[in-house]
Design a protein around this ligand. Structure first.
Ligand code: BJW
Length: 229
């Protein structure tokens, strides 16, 4: 499975390419999630992530996240690769989750590979690393940055073994995740997509389930559990 922001939409979290609400309507996420934006205006980028963290604290997993956690228990060899940085899959009970773009709740030193830590009483925006004094940043993958080595290796291993690939709630625009479906299809795997809107993947997918993941995934789970052993 590959998931994207659409899976968390029914938890009240804006998708990446939806318009944002509140303070951030004038900004395109694509212009904030870059190392260049952080270098230019670290305070603004840090505040954007703080705003998203606050939203996340009020969010809970939705029926789509919960159905995926149930599917993991039913399907042998199941791997969930998520582009989401919100941790809602794990909170719903998914165990084998590859966080392809990091996690917004973790913070790292921008002077990688310094294992820098946050000082609890540092109120600067962004705060600085206790160990080396560089600015801290969210532990996410911005445009132009490499996917974390372990996540990439884990994904490549899963894709090599894959015979059914389901792309759920992602616009299939951002690489390398957007290239996964074509890679597994070339090796003969079946590709399905769950999304209320058409994406660049839709025309080549073997199966399209047009709808919200919070409705389609529980229906898929119910169908599978009703099958005779
Ligand atoms: C619902 C729903 C409901 C609504 N139910 N569905 C090859 C070709 C061209 C370009 C490139 C290429 N390879 C690399 C690039 C450059 C770039 C890229 O892909 N650019 C494209 C925009 C063209 N990629 C990168 O830079 C990547 N890095 C890289 O390749 O490094 C190479 C390298 C190697 C070695 C050394 C150095 C470099 C990194 C990409 C990182 C992406 N990061 C972000 C931000 C994460 C942090 C944060 O959250 O702030 O990840 S960008 C953003 O997009 C975020 C998302 O994970 C990602 C994907 O978005 P997603 O999830 O698909 O969301 P949306 O909003 O786009 O779509 C939502 C979908 O849900 C829609 O389809 C709705 O219809 C649907 N939906 N409600 C189901 N209820």
């Amino acid at each position: 499975m590959l998931t994207g922001a659409g899976v968390s939409a029914e938890s009240g979290l804006a998708t990446f390419r939806d318009s944002q609400d509140g303070l951030w309507t004038d900004y395109r996420p694509e212009d904030l999630a870059t190392p260049e934006a952080f270098a230019r205006d670290p305070k603004m980028v840090w505040r954007w992530y703080e705003w998203r963290r606050r939203k996340l604290r009020g969010a809970t997993p939705n029926p789509g996240h919960i159905a995926l956690a149930e599917l993991e228990r039913l399907l042998p060899g199941y791997t969930l690769i998520t582009q989401n940085v919100d941790g809602l899959h794990q909170r719903a009970g998914s165990r084998n989750v590859i966080e392809f773009h990091g996690n917004i709740t973790r913070t790292v030193c921008s002077n990688k590979p310094c294992p820098g830590q946050w000082q609890a009483d540092d109120e600067r925006e962004p705060p600085v690393c206790r160990d080396c004094g560089h600015q801290l940043r969210p532990d996410v993958v911005w445009f132009g940055e490499a996917i974390p080595f372990q996540a990439m290796q884990g994904a490549l291993d899963a894709l090599r073994e894959c015979d059914l690939f389901i792309s759920i709630g992602t616009s299939s625009l951002v690489y390398p995740a957007a290239g996964m479906a074509a890679e597994v299809a070339a090796r003969g795997a079946t590709v399905a997509e769950i999304n209320p809107e058409a994406t660049p993947l839709s025309s080549s997918a073997d199966l399209l389930l047009a709808g919200r993941s919070g409705e389609v995934l529980p229906a898929v789970l119910a169908t599978l559990t009703a099958l005779p052993d």
